[in-house]
Design a protein around this ligand. Structure first.
Ligand SMILES: [Fe+2]
Ligand SMILES: [Fe+2]
Length: 224
């Protein structure tokens, strides 16, 4: 049973409904997920009991949603590809295009969008190659291992993926910083607003994506 001393990533577990609660409170369950719920709440000035009470509430009722921790490894890999990789593949090019327009029109009065564009471009390029490695090498190896077919050792490739997740997390942190938490300026046009909304959605989706791989799929695959 979870309590205030449970690490945030274990509180989050495989329950998207719990993720939503943590997101609402602004608690990072992904790359800072190693700290206890108590510590994460103290940092944000939130009573940990309140968070636990909300979590208990969303888990009640017949419709408490999926528990990804119950999926097989192959099902989890399929889920990540269907939910997160497909999302990135459709969203990254459209965000790139919006960013370009915003830079062209607003770099003079809002120079921070230039650095935002550079960080985003590097992030998008890295994520595209990262997903390709997962889809072509790591996930097939995980599926093969689960079906009893042996296959390549997973430790090395998983280490590389973890390092790339950390680098993506740093890029997102810099994007949050440059945009005051994705808050558009008062005078922002529609494209500008839709760009920042899109980046905020990307940030949330990446936490869910990386948490699912780092804390559910990869540890289970390494346990074999
Ligand atoms: Fe992925
Ligand atoms: Fe990944």
């Amino acid at each position: 049973m979870m309590n205030t001393q449970t690490p945030v990533r274990d509180v989050a577990g495989g329950h998207p409904r719990i993720w939503s609660v943590l997101e609402r409170f602004g608690i990072d369950y992904c790359c800072s997920g190693g700290q206890s719920l108590q510590a994460a709440c103290a940092q944000r000035g939130i009573p940990a009991d309140e968070v636990l009470a909300e979590i208990a509430q969303v888990l009640q009722g017949p419709n408490s949603g999926p528990d990804l921790g119950r999926l097989s490894l192959s099902e989890l890999a399929d889920y990540v590809e269907r939910i997160h990789h497909d999302y990135l593949k459709s969203e990254l090019p459209s965000l790139r295009a919006r960013l370009r327009k915003v830079i062209e029109a607003h770099a003079a009065e809002h120079p921070e969008v230039v650095e935002l564009g550079q960080i985003f471009d590097d992030f998008a390029d890295e994520m595209e190659s990262h997903m390709m490695k997962e889809e072509r090498m790591l996930f097939p190896a995980i599926r093969q291992m689960e079906s009893g077919g042996g296959g390549m050792p997973l430790e090395g490739p998983v280490e590389v993926m973890l390092a790339e997740h950390r680098s993506a997390d740093m890029a997102l942190a810099r994007m949050r910083e440059l945009t005051q938490g994705f808050t558009p300026p008062e005078d922002a046009c529609n494209t500008y607003r839709s760009l920042y909304q899109g980046l905020a959605d990307l940030d949330r989706d990446m936490r869910r994506h990386v948490h699912t791989e780092n804390d559910i799929l990869f540890p289970a695959a390494l346990r074999g």
